[in-house]
Ligand binder design. Structure first.
Ligand code: ADP
Ligand code: ADP
Length: 230
């Protein structure tokens, strides 16, 4: 079942950089989709379209078969369903404490304080950051910030979670822990999309894989069809 889709998507930055050229990509409900590509391939730019942060120059994004609307109210609804964890956790953390930071999104949804607290506690457990809840975010280590930024997205309870280069710069142990967290979310029914330049990770983790190069999708399909292991 299709949930999210890019259709002939094109995007150009104000300086003239053509970042996406006729990108077509399907995200299916419940799958683990990896977008493999080197730096500058257009992965982040594509992700910014998936929850309406960027407006395409041509083509469209469809959610459950319908082109998304860029009206304020519709975007708020879309962002409840499509969450993005950015590569740099500092771009996502801005409250005084970890607890406040994770609460920010759910509070904005207008949920009761009780519901917000319940969601924050669950997100703290899922990301193994319970011991950090009272800590100021600026005192966290990089790995801790990364986990708290994920918790903030989880607390929104999105259907689809998009991770931009989540394991970039991580050592193998942290990478493995992170992949275990993704697999847990996946087993709970979330749709997970991640970008990476790690061929092994893309191959071993994903249900489906798309390869991006210079703003284009070169190939997509099942990992076994696209890559052969040496
Ligand atoms: P990736 O996430 O795969 O590394 P990006 O989507 O960040 O790729 O970048 C795609 C292309 O767009 C690259 O050529 C990059 O240099 C360019 N780009 C990204 N952000 C900007 C920006 N703010 N202004 C101009 N060009 C940009
Ligand atoms: P923790 O406190 O959870 O053990 P660390 O701060 O030690 O986390 O870092 C977790 C992972 O993130 C490590 O693999 C480390 O290499 C990586 N890392 C640390 N700082 C940065 C950074 N500035 N950019 C990218 N990766 C980083």
């Amino acid at each position: 079942e299709l949930i999210l889709e890019a259709v002939d998507l094109e995007y150009c930055y104000p300086d003239g950089t053509s970042a996406l050229r006729k990108v077509n990509l399907e995200v299916r409900k419940g799958e683990k989709l990896a977008i493999l590509g080197s730096n500058g391939a257009g992965k982040s730019t594509l992700f910014m379209h998936f929850n309406g942060i960027y407006t395409p120059r041509a083509g469209s994004i469809k959610f459950q078969g319908q082109p998304i609307s860029y009206k304020k109210k519709a975007l708020i609804e879309l962002r409840k369903k499509v969450g993005i964890v950015f590569q740099d956790p500092d771009s996502q953390l801005f409250s005084a404490s970890v607890f406040q930071d994770i609460s920010f999104g759910p509070l904005n949804l207008g949920l009761s304080e009780e519901e917000v607290t319940k969601r924050v506690r669950q997100a703290l457990i899922d990301t193994e950051t319970t011991d950090l809840e009272g800590k100021p975010t600026h005192l966290l280590s990089y790995g801790q910030k990364k986990r708290v930024s994920i918790a903030g997205v989880l607390a929104m309870e999105p259907e689809i979670i998009i991770f931009d280069e989540p394991t970039a710069g991580m050592d193998p142990r942290h990478s493995l822990e992170f992949i275990q967290l993704l697999n847990k979310l996946s087993s709970e029914g979330k749709t997970i999309v991640l970008s990476t330049h790690d061929v092994d990770l893309a191959y071993s983790w994903s249900d489906r894989l798309a390869i991006m190069y210079r703003g284009e999708i070169l190939a997509h399909g099942f990992p076994g069809e696209l890559l052969t292991r040496p």
